[in-house]
Write a protein that binds this ligand. Structure first.
Ligand code: P1T
Length: 387
């Protein structure tokens, strides 16, 4: 079977792309190539790999497979999602300008404001839900538009196709952080994005047992530069973590379907609950961008935000009383998590910045896992009853 055949379905490619039986032993599962270096038959002559920072067969299998699932040829696996952000930002130079969504993972915002701004890159943060705001924010020096969709934590959506047109008309690249949707539900490159980033810590690995990232593109020139940055900065993903991510990709489709089914049930339950003020889940008809979600994604994933009545005090009671949901940062694992963005994942944003963006004291974020639906709903119902 030609595993790179684009005609094959997502599930088939997740299991076979980049994963032909091992040429030396015939092993069906891609082996862990735990080696830092490779033999040269004479200086500069080697069988494909010379040093594992530059390339490793286990990592290459994962990079090939995950890129294939995003409909691309080039993937670069990194030691964290933040290293993915860092590597992509090194495509830019002093004096360049980035337009980014105003709501995004707090760690990405911190990297922009406290690291790259100091190195001479300028940033504008805007509400990318309205493409006309991007038109107004573009400058002569704008080289990149940075979008999360859905955004973390407010679950705002960005019209990737429209934003890509505007970015390209202004001479900028569009980078989409696809962590929340995974390639199973959303493929930004097919909608015009130039680069895709995942924190593989989340759905790609899916079992909350590693930190990783990947940057993907189908643009040869960008890939050449990223390859250089990947091996020069050296933020590569370890062999073992690459092996785990590759293993996890095989079940990505079934996991994502299970996350979505549970999240849909949880969102419907919560939106009718008297202690819940609002629920932001793109799969609900009440989400203001539900139509865009239906057009742009093939499903709605496992992430949602809710506002509880009674603000921070009520949110604390809910967090203290869940038993199946775990109070923890991160998302995308098989277990359900709940967290308070204002006090946890987005605590690096000042209170003023949180207010501007809309991170309210009663805001909670749920990552709905793949446990029994009835247990999740009972858990939330019981904990909400304590408010
Ligand atoms: O944690 P790390 O693997 O470095 O990934 C950073 C990152 C990048 N992009 C998005 C959309 C993310 O959500 C994250 C990490 N987010 C969390 C840890 C969190 O709880 O939101």
């Amino acid at each position: 079977m030609n595993s790179s055949d684009d005609e094959l379905g997502f599930e088939t490619r997740a299991i076979h792309a980049g994963q032909a039986p091992d040429p030396t032993t015939g092993a069906v599962a891609t082996p862990l190539y735990m080696t830092s270096t490779y033999v040269h038959s004479e200086p500069g002559v080697f069988a494909g790999y010379d040093y594992s920072r530059a390339g490793n067969p286990t990592r290459a299998a994962f990079e090939h497979c995950v890129a294939n699932l995003e409909g691309a040829r080039f993937g670069f696996a990194l030691a964290s999602g933040c290293l993915g952000v860092t590597t992509v930002m090194h495509l830019l130079e002093q004096g360049d300008h980035v337009v980014a969504c105003d709501d995004m993972y707090g760690g990405t915002y911190r990297l922009f404001e406290d690291v790259f701004k100091k190195q001479g890159v300028d940033f504008s943060y805007i509400d990318l839900r309205d493409p006309s705001t991007l038109e107004a924010a573009m400058r002569e020096e704008t080289r990149m538009v940075w979008a999360e969709t859905p955004t973390n934590p407010l679950m705002k959506l960005v019209d990737i196709e429209r934003i890509a047109e505007i970015a390209h008309a202004g001479g900028a690249r569009l980078m989409v952080d696809n962590t929340f949707m995974s390639p199973y539900f959303q493929r930004p490159l097919s909608l015009g994005a130039d680069l895709v980033l995942h924190s593989t810590t989340k759905y790609i690995n899916g079992h909350s047992d590693l930190i990783g990232g990947v940057v993907i593109t189908d643009d040869e020139a960008l890939a050449g530069r990223l390859d250089f940055l990947h091996k020069s900065i050296g933020g590569i993903q370890s062999v073992f973590d690459s092996y785990l991510c590759l293993r996890s990709l095989k079940t990505l489709a079934v996991r994502m379907r299970a996350h979505e089914a549970n999240a849909t049930a949880v969102a419907r339950f919560l939106q009718d609950h008297s202690k819940v003020e609002w629920v932001a889940y793109p799969g609900l008809a009440s989400h203001p961008q539900h139509e865009l979600a239906r057009r742009q994604t093939s499903g709605h994933g496992g992430m949602m935000s809710i506002g509880v009545k009674g603000g921070l005090d009520a949110a604390r009671v809910l967090m203290a009383n869940v038993r199946v949901f775990t109070l923890a940062e991160s998302l995308g694992g098989v277990e359900s998590l709940i967290e308070h963005p204002g006090l946890m994942t987005h605590a690096s944003l000042s209170e003023e910045r949180q207010r501007e963006v809309g991170i309210a004291p009663g805001l909670l974020r749920l990552s709905v896992g793949i446990e029994s639906e009835v247990d999740l709903i009972r858990d939330l119902d019981r904990a909400l009853g304590k408010i």
